[in-house]
Design a protein around this ligand. Structure first.
Ligand code: ADP
Length: 264
């Protein structure tokens, strides 16, 4: 019974035990709610592309729809969307279970950021968005999983482009502060309201579902960024102001090379 709670009437060990019990029950309850929401989210995300695919396949087999190139490519897009969703869910569950561990290696962060900008600049230029990199000399080489850092920054920059109107600006900055490497992606975009900002790293959370679905997002991008940062022993932060823009920051421990373990 997750509604169980013990009255705390004493300050001694029994009282502390009662408080610990109540805290654990509350946590279990919130985990159950999260789990239910997560499953409902998956079901919802799977249903839309499946419904579209089924309707089109039925139309084709009934002869109501004659498939042309455009139609086939839009169906392929739905399949791609499903594939992406399943891949992201798999990575998230492995990360959460601790079964997908970062493969630490020396990584030239400045070079990686340049590669990302290289890949994404065409997309940005379509919206006349300027992309800038600001790196601190001290962070050029870090000890981290290159694929994960690449995916984290890529997801953040893609979001920044998605949620920034034409003519905006995006800055990717890397610095070290308090023993952490900070990679911050700042945009001059639409921003996020105070009541939404604490939820953006949740699975399937979208501030404006219609808008973000149309842009092909799965609603898992930021959840992945968070889990990958946690897997590195780091964390994520966000600061945002509506109509002004957002800064998403990934923090990674800067002394990771000292924690290197030698395999037997
Ligand atoms: P999605 O696939 O929907 O983009 P994400 O997990 O990447 O999923 O992001 C979750 C939600 O956070 C988005 O739907 C959007 O509402 C909000 N969001 C993410 N990045 C930004 C940003 N740079 N500016 C404004 N809103 C953002």
């Amino acid at each position: 019974n997750l509604d169980a709670a013990v009255t705390v009437g004493r300050q001694d060990e029994v009282g502390q035990l009662a408080m610990a019990f109540n805290a654990m029950t509350a946590k279990l309850k919130s985990n159950t709610v999260l789990r239910q929401r997560f499953l409902a989210g998956i079901a919802h995300e799977l249903r839309t592309p499946l419904t579209i695919l089924k309707a089109n396949l039925e139309g084709i087999s009934d002869g109501v729809i004659t498939p042309d190139v455009e139609q086939m490519s839009s169906l392929t897009e739905e399949v791609d969307r499903l594939t992406k969703l399943v891949g992201e869910l798999r990575d998230l569950s492995l990360l959460e279970a601790g079964q997908l561990q970062p493969e630490f290696a020396l990584l030239d962060l400045t070079q990686l950021l340049r590669q990302i900008v290289g890949k994404i600049k065409l997309l940005a230029s379509e919206k006349r968005i300027s992309l800038r990199i600001e790196t601190d000399d001290r962070v050029s080489v870090i000890w981290a999983d290159g694929d994960m850092v690449n995916q984290m920054v890529y997801n953040l920059v893609l979001n920044a482009i998605k949620y920034t109107p034409d003519g905006g600006q995006i800055t990717i900055a890397a610095t070290t502060k308090n023993g952490m490497i900070e990679i911050a992606v700042t945009d001059t975009g639409i921003g996020i309201a105070v009541e939404d900002v604490e939820h953006v790293f949740d699975y399937f959370y979208r501030v404006d579902p219609a808008r973000t679905k149309a842009s092909g997002g799965t609603g898992l991008g930021l959840a992945l960024v968070k889990q990958m940062a946690l897997a590195h022993g780091g964390q994520v932060k966000v600061k945002s102001k509506i109509d002004k823009g957002s800064t998403f920051t990934v923090l990674l421990p800067a002394d990771l090379h000292q924690k290197r373990t030698v395999s037997p």
